[in-house]
Design a protein around this ligand. Structure first.
Ligand code: KG4
Ligand code: ZN
Length: 338
């Protein structure tokens, strides 16, 4: 059984084919970051136009390797959450392709795809588990009971962790989007007499807030001429604070549920310090394990969409449909349970 996955929720155009026996067969990605970097952030209109320009080109590459008409059992596409224009490109494309080739089409949730993306490489992950979803738009702690059934235990009340990384790196003069670059800079930093706050540390709930951290950093950085070492030290202090607060709340969630499996997913899960510290926490405190996707699957990609499609295909009867579904807001706790 082969599933074609289409991802266009934001600024990455991704198409992949996943086979439940052979694993991932092809994975094509067009990354728009350079286009948006000129503007210091994502321009939604430009993102949708670029998706529609690039998607055919990516499909052509897939055509060279796979006979779609003969081989594909299902087309899964990201229906939300995301930018409405970007989502519409992928949804319209997927439904047209499905209609013309008479292949069933399934709308899937982008955040569920992130959450389960580590399963692409590891079959050791089993439900239930605690999920820490950390991307450019979301920071959530999830109780994952089974495919389609999730409870949101905690949420960011303002900025997402990835957004905070992006904003601080912009203030430090790094290019957009730059969580990865900020983290590289932080490696050159040393501990200084400057401790960033740990927002909401003393609140017993599992929510986060990152806007205060951003203001704290802005007050240190603004109107100053900082040398490389000073910038690296600020990057380190900031990264330490974000990773600390993410893990403090995750630890609380694991204790509440008394579970010992953790999945960390989304763009920020590529962060090396977060990976290292969570591995230590899981081993030493919970005698458990933490799972991540391989770094190229932490950010948006078609492989995680194809994989999620394959999980649903195994469980549910899916029929050809022409209904184009787009849900810019689609919380994980509102999926239809199988
Ligand atoms: O999951 P994703 O591709 O986009 C959304 O669905 O929102 O995540 C992108 C986010 C960006 O904010 C980026 O700066 C951040 O992930 N990111 C990182 C790292 N790599 C990507 N943040 C911290 N450390 C990294 N190594
Ligand atoms: Zn994403």
């Amino acid at each position: 059984m082969k599933i074609l996955g289409i991802e266009t929720s934001c600024d990455d155009t991704g198409i992949a084919v996943y086979d439940n026996l052979q694993g991932l067969l092809v994975n094509e990605l067009y990354n728009q970051k350079k286009i948006h970097a000129n503007y210091g952030g994502i321009i939604p209109e430009l993102a949708s136009r670029t998706h529609s320009k690039k998607i055919i080109f990516l499909l052509d590459k897939i055509f060279k390797k796979i006979n779609l008409e003969k081989d594909i059992n299902l087309i899964a596409y990201t229906a939300g959450p995301g930018l409405v224009g970007s989502l519409l490109v992928g949804a319209t494309f997927a439904c047209s392709l499905g209609f013309s080739l008479n292949i069933p089409v399934l709308p899937v949730n982008h955040m569920e795809a992130h959450l389960l993306s580590p399963m692409l490489d590891s079959h050791l992950i089993t439900f239930p588990f605690i999920g820490l979803l950390v991307s450019g738009k979301h920071t959530q702690i999830i109780a994952a009971y089974k495919l389609g059934k999730y409870e949101i235990l905690g949420n960011s009340l303002d900025d997402a962790a990835g957004e905070a990384f992006d904003k601080i790196s912009k203030l430090l003069g790094l290019k957009y989007p730059n969580g990865h670059e900020l983290s590289n800079l932080a490696k050159k930093g040393v501990k200084i007499n400057l401790k960033f706050p740990r927002p909401m540390k003393n609140h017993s709930n599992l929510n986060f807030s990152f806007s205060g951290l951003k203001t704290f950093a802005a007050n240190i950085i603004k109107n100053k001429t900082l040398n490389f070492q000073q910038k690296a030290n600020i990057a380190k202090a900031f990264e330490d604070a974000v990773v600390d607060i993410l893990l403090m709340k995750t630890k609380r969630a694991l204790n509440q549920k008394k579970w010992s499996n953790l999945v960390i997913a989304g763009g920020v899960s590529a962060n090396k310090l977060l990976r290292k510290k969570s591995e230590i926490m899981m081993r030493e405190v919970f005698n458990g394990k933490v799972f991540f996707a391989r770094p190229e699957f932490c950010t948006d990609n078609g492989a995680m969409i194809a994989y999620l499609g394959s999980l649903y295909y195994k469980k549910k009867n899916i029929f050809p449909s022409l209904e184009i579904t787009v849900k810019p807001k689609w919380p994980l706790d509102s999926l239809s349970v199988l």
